[in-house]
Write a protein that binds this ligand. Structure first.
Ligand code: GLY
Length: 395
């Protein structure tokens, strides 16, 4: 693996003392999460919340975009936390929509099949042994495999494989789509799924992570020769800035890949990208939408913060008790989570049907700016579940 700089933690004193985050506080936050889910259940059983809220309210959408799985994933989390069958019933109704989507290839020219199917069908199979969900998730894994470009060793992120603008383009987010392939390899005993995912993860480490441990959002490879070409942003401030959510995808994505690949270099790399992320947190610990901003009035992206909390929690599971970063990471994750609970939750915003305020989907496109984001809500709930119990991953 190429040399990547470790900044260390530049202001470690910020994270020496554990913040006042108790299990009771997290349980109370979960009560609010369940209240919001209950309020949404009637509308969002046959349809899904849209990608982001509009004026803080989600409106119904079909199963087309990259995000519906986050809603079904929240229903599975709610089922696990409460044991209440109403959440399982709603999630199971949604499985047929995911089956139709995979069977009819509706909006499947995307790498986001992992987000979509890990949190819906793989979760269903892991929690309830649902055979049809297993078959649907395997179908999705096969569709994802069609996007693997052998020469470049990557999964193309967006669009048709012949689209010249998207050809050979990988993006940092894809790290969370790879667990679908590792799972498929385990289920089918077909090593090809594993090899594609592991090769992509290594290419992501080599080219999407820069030498200073920041990340490109996207990177182009020559699909004929496999040569690396150049990095480019899509949702960040500029091509050479570091989009906060991209860095958060790296913080969570590499440990998820480590679970399957067991390459310690991935943990080493995660520590470096995590340090880069933590070093740029403003006073309230919730990152701006791009890490080029470290203070001032630029918008935050609460969804990136929630992803990073889950990532740091997962990373810490793989560090030894003697690791000097372990306590700092634990305190950093708790500080971010506490700030999300205190300052970003919709608990005092009754007009919203979401969970987390102040997310940003795409600032350059002015889409979903300062709104609730469906994935931000999912990762916030996952973080609370992780903070309160021993949770077995859907990823
Ligand atoms: N994966 C798309 C995004 O993070 O906006």
């Amino acid at each position: 693996m190429k040399h990547v700089k470790d900044e260390g933690i530049q202001n470690a004193d910020r994270f020496r003392t554990p913040p006042q985050l108790t299990k009771d506080q997290c349980d109370a936050a979960i009560v609010h999460v369940l209240k919001q889910i209950d309020g949404n259940l009637e509308i969002f059983t046959d349809q899904f919340p849209d990608i982001v809220s509009t004026n803080l309210r989600y409106t119904p959408a079909d199963n087309y975009e990259w995000t519906p799985g986050f809603w079904t994933g929240m229903l599975w989390l709610a089922y696990e936390v409460t044991g209440d069958e109403k959440y399982r019933r709603a999630a199971e109704i949604q499985l047929s929509s995911f089956k139709k989507r995979a069977d009819e290839q509706i909006g499947t020219e995307t790498h986001d099949l992992g987000f979509l199917y890990s949190l819906s069908c793989v979760a269903a199979y892991k929690l309830t042994g649902n055979e049809e969900a297993k078959q649907t998730a395997l179908r999705a894994a096969d569709l994802l495999m069609t996007r693997y470009l052998d020469q470049a060793g990557i999964i193309q992120a967006w669009g048709s494989l012949s689209n010249p603008k998207q050809r050979g383009r990988m993006i940092i987010d894809c790290l969370l789509n790879l667990p679908l392939l590792y799972w498929a390899a385990e289920i089918t005993q077909n090593q090809a799924y594993f090899d594609a995912a592991a090769t992509h993860a290594k290419q992501a480490a080599a080219y999407l992570i820069r030498e200073d441990a920041s990340s490109f959002h996207t990177y182009y490879m020559d699909v004929d020769t496999g040569a690396p070409l150049y990095g480019k942003t899509a949702q960040g401030f500029s091509d050479d800035s570091c989009w906060s959510r991209g860095q958060a995808w790296a913080v969570y994505g590499f440990p998820l890949n480590f679970i399957y690949i067991q390459d310690p270099e991935l943990i080493d790399l995660t520590k470096k990208v995590t340090n880069y992320f933590i070093n740029r947190l403003p006073n309230d610990y919730v990152c701006h939408w791009d890490l080029i901003f470290t203070s001032g009035s630029e918008l935050r992206d609460s969804s990136a913060a929630a992803i990073a909390v889950c990532g740091i929690m997962e990373l810490n599971k793989h560090l030894s008790a003697a690791d000097p970063y372990k306590a700092i990471y634990e305190n950093a994750a708790s500080s971010i989570l506490l700030s999300l609970m205190d300052n970003y939750s919709t608990v005092s915003t009754p007009e919203s049907n979401g969970l987390l305020l102040h997310g940003v989907y795409s600032k350059p496109l002015n889409a979903g700016v300062d709104e609730c984001c469906l994935w931000g809500d999912y990762f916030y709930f996952e973080a609370l579940v992780r903070a309160t119990r021993d949770w077995k991953l859907y990823w």
